[in-house]
Design a protein around this ligand. Structure first.
Ligand SMILES: [Zn+2]
Length: 336
């Protein structure tokens, strides 16, 4: 079936809709669609692969979904039900926060510079059950093999960011990769004195970080703020969530983008309430200051961001909104 449009005419909105309505009407009575085989197709019951691509200048980035975590309000310091409902309403979300549990994604990214493949955070592997641990299979859906990765950049050493460095036997999943992270981050999680003084609830995080980086002890590079890991990609210090928590600022041609790690955990709430923090922040005051500073800077510069816990694929912009901020998720990038 084809619709012919006169080459010389501009089709009006009205005639377009009346044409499509007529076509839809003719399809609706077609015996083809009354065939019961269409009605009995089984539901797939699972989502399509969690991958998405975008371009920054000549650099290609692939977002990879590891899965999702359930966050309850008792993990949010500063939580207030009324403000939560106002924030969800302002973001035009129909349901106010139900007070039970909300799903937040765990995202990782692969940067292809043309010369290097850089994985930025690699998810959880098998640490947190079946709702997570899918980053490696999504990497394969995106057309890459773990062996192809040259660099794994860890924004920080929390288990939802580096758990995927190792398999169930503790062996490296990325045998040809160098691990790069901030010097302060490495020293914090690997220091025995800090571990012995840490609260009991935090000790398993040290153990998970140490297990994850173990195969990389001889193939790791520690970096400082503002250092370039490859030309055009530099380290941005974003301390607070962890002591050496960082992002990567990417510049290519006229384009730029900031991968900001865990500046935000709760897309629905923390733009409207940037003072709310997650209890996993090692230094909550510093995390809050860092978040507000970076919101302010990128709202001024209109720098696009990618975030590990922003709604997948985690690509958007930040704008000022009175004394707070607003998040605008990027539209689909149609062409690369
Ligand atoms: Zn995280």
């Amino acid at each position: 079936m084809s619709v012919s449009i006169p080459a010389s005419s501009t089709i009006s909105r009205r005639s377009f809709f009346s044409t499509t309505a007529a076509l839809a009407g003719s399809v609706a009575v077609s015996p083809l669609l009354t065939n019961s085989a269409f009605a009995t197709a089984p539901l797939s019951g699972s989502q399509v692969p969690g991958i998405y691509r975008l371009k920054v200048g000549s650099i290609e980035i692939t977002a990879l979904l590891d899965g999702h975590l359930g966050v309850k309000q008792d993990l949010i310091a500063g939580f207030n039900q009324q403000k939560a409902e106002a924030a969800t309403k302002a973001a035009f979300r129909k349901n106010p926060y139900p007070g039970s549990e909300m799903a937040i994604p765990v995202n990782g990214y692969v940067i292809n510079t043309g010369d290097k493949l850089i994985a930025v955070d690699v998810g959880t592997a098998n640490l947190f059950g079946p709702s997570l641990g899918h980053l490696k299979s999504n990497l394969e859906h995106a057309g890459y093999k773990a062996e192809d990765i040259d660099i794994v950049y860890a924004t920080h050493l929390h288990p939802d960011h580096v758990g995927g460095l190792i398999d169930a036997n503790g062996n490296s999943v990325f045998p040809n990769a160098e691990l790069i992270t901030h010097e302060v981050e490495w020293n914090f999680w690997l220091d025995d004195g800090i571990l012995s003084n840490a609260p009991d609830g935090m000790k398993p995080f040290f153990q998970m970080a140490r297990n994850a980086v173990k195969p990389f002890e001889k193939s790791r590079t520690l970096v400082q703020n503002e250092q370039e890991i490859v030309p055009g990609i530099r380290v941005v210090g974003l301390p607070g969530h962890t002591p050496g928590h960082t992002g990567l600022h990417i510049t290519s041609g006229k384009d730029e983008l900031l991968i900001w790690g865990d500046v935000v955990h709760l897309t629905a709430f923390q733009f409207a309430n940037p003072d709310w923090t997650i209890v996993f922040d090692v230094d909550q005051d510093l995390a809050r200051k860092t978040r507000i500073n970076i919101f302010d800077r990128i709202a001024t510069d209109r720098t696009p961001v990618l975030g590990m816990h922003l709604d997948f694929p985690g690509a958007g912009h930040v704008a000022r909104d009175g004394n707070a901020y607003k998040y605008h998720a990027s539209s689909w990038q149609y062409q690369l």
